[in-house]
Design a protein around this ligand. Structure first.
Ligand SMILES: [Zn+2]
Length: 219
């Protein structure tokens, strides 16, 4: 890919420019993420001159995507996609759900700052998903986990034990949570919906596996 600034074997010393980003379609960026994840899994992360990238990026940014992820320490978002300083916006919240503040952040990322891809990324063995299934109540966490309840409702057809000890059920709820979040983006943000409809951006759902470090698509 001519504008892939993560060419294997070289140390990346320059931050993504507006001109380089203009050449990328939402699909190109998604393909870069898939290839980046392959490098991550193969222990072949791109070498980056962070000192140089810090200096260069201080004057401005042209990130190509925004990723909504859980806060889980086992999901290092930039590394998962092999992206560096200035490449992506990252929104993180326990259970990677969408609320008004995250929607506003996504609208900023795409409409104002020019990002072309929205990734909603759930993950395997998610404690927030398990907590919501178990109806955990603890301070403000109770309100946080309530955002995941619709995904549990969407998972009632699951054939098996519908509890947090059943890994298949936890995965099903996590995937439905990604689907529900993508639908909320389209429903509650006319700005992002219009950008998706006219091809300016793409909204993609992914499920990250802790056991293999791989990304599965969530339709
Ligand atoms: Zn999680």
């Amino acid at each position: 890919m001519s504008n892939d600034n993560t060419t294997q074997g070289e140390v990346v010393k320059s931050v993504l420019t507006a001109e380089e980003r203009a050449q990328l379609t939402p699909d190109d960026i998604l393909q870069e993420f898939i290839k980046g994840n392959e490098r991550f899994r193969n222990n072949n992360l791109t070498q980056r001159d962070h000192s140089e990238l810090i200096r260069e990026s201080a004057v401005g940014q042209n990130p190509k995507a925004i990723v909504l992820s859980c806060i889980d320490s086992r999901v290092p978002v930039e590394d998962v996609f092999d992206q560096g300083i200035g490449d992506i916006f990252v929104g993180r919240i326990a259970g990677n759900f969408v609320n008004d503040d995250l929607l506003g952040s996504m609208e900023f990322a795409c409409k104002v700052a020019g990002a072309k891809l929205i990734v909603v990324m759930g993950h395997q063995h998610c404690g927030a998903i398990k907590g919501a299934i178990d109806n955990v109540e603890l301070g403000n966490l109770t309100t946080t986990l309530a955002n995941i309840k619709p995904a549990i409702q969407m998972s009632q057809d699951y054939m098996g034990d519908k509890n947090s000890a059943d890994e298949g059920f936890v995965k099903t709820v996590a995937e439905n949570n990604v689907r529900y979040s993508m639908n909320l983006i389209r429903k509650n943000s006319p700005i992002l919906k219009a950008m998706e409809d006219n091809g300016e951006i793409k909204i993609v759902g992914l499920f990250y596996t802790l056991t293999k470090g791989e990304l599965l698509f969530v339709d």
